[in-house]
Design a protein around this ligand. Structure first.
Ligand SMILES: [Zn+2]
Length: 280
């Protein structure tokens, strides 16, 4: 069982890793006015002190919605490459298969999924982004809400995809448990989240761009992500690293792709992409 928060020991706060429950050798790293705690065993990092309740991280405002939508339109190829990871596992069977996206933004990945033959639905925290996702995907069911509070409803899904969401949620285990309940047995989960073991994290230390205490509550290493998924009962099928944001263009795009391939060989990319399966 993964413990959340920090245990009290003889009246003093004793820090325990939020993912692997290790209580020894945790180090703090100061980032601007906040701190992260780093576990020497699983290498995850969690903000400290940890918020007691959900932060409101929903994007709001027309300007932000339109900016995110425009950015995501430029990332369609990048989204397609992530979807292809699920498609290659399902073979031709993926056409007509049911996909659920956690954190769909303006629904551009959903559009790409429908165009590729999926029947795709989603959940999105931001009321305004969810509304935009519905306009962009009239055939999809887009729930406004938080995956941590989402009860499974209706027919289970064949696959779930969630890019750059896990690091934001208050209780990652609850998100993963709810993903499991939304999937049919044998269903696939693809997650993308920053990699604390990336080359950039190692070189930049406290200046690593993913260290954002207001947004990124937990940052994972490959080991920590493996612990999280297997504790909830998933079987990890593949874990690779990735670089870039999908927004690079021209020579920068090629350079990002080459860098991604090279760093990927060494598992040093700035993000991890994992595909896991709910056992039959
Ligand atoms: Zn740990």
């Amino acid at each position: 069982m993964i413990r959340v928060g920090y245990a009290r020991n003889g009246g003093a706060n004793r820090m325990i890793c939020r993912i692997c429950t290790n209580g020894k050798g945790l180090k703090t790293l100061r980032v601007r006015r906040a701190q992260y705690v780093r576990c020497p065993i699983c290498r995850c990092m969690s903000v400290n002190p940890y918020p007691r309740r959900e932060l409101n991280q929903a994007f709001q405002g027309l300007e932000i919605v339109e900016r995110l939508e425009k950015e995501d339109i430029k990332r369609k190829g990048y989204f397609g490459r992530r979807l292809a990871r699920l498609e290659s596992r399902l073979g031709e069977d993926y056409r007509g298969a049911r996909l659920f996206e956690v954190g769909c933004g303006a629904g551009i990945l959903l559009q790409e999924a429908w165009q590729r033959g999926w029947q795709a639905d989603a959940i999105e925290l931001s009321v305004e982004l969810a509304a935009r996702a519905r306009i962009n995907n009239p055939a999809a069911t887009v729930i406004t809400g938080d995956i941590q509070h989402q009860e499974p409803t209706g027919t289970p899904y064949d696959a779930i995809i969630s890019l750059d969401v896990l690091e934001h949620v208050l209780v990652p285990m609850t998100m993963i448990e709810n993903c499991r309940e939304l999937l049919k047995p044998g269903g696939l989960l693809l997650l993308q989240t920053p990699n604390t073991r990336s080359l950039r994290s190692r070189v930049k230390g406290a200046k690593w761009d993913m260290l954002d205490p207001d947004q990124h509550l937990n940052l994972f290493s490959p080991d920590a992500l493996h612990v999280l998924l297997t504790t909830v009962g998933f079987e990890v099928l593949e874990m690779t690293t990735a670089s870039g944001t999908g927004l690079e263009r021209g020579p920068a795009s090629w350079s990002a792709r080459v860098k991604e391939s090279l760093l990927g060989l060494l598992n040093l990319g700035n993000a991890m992409v994992v595909v896991a399966r709910r056992p039959l």
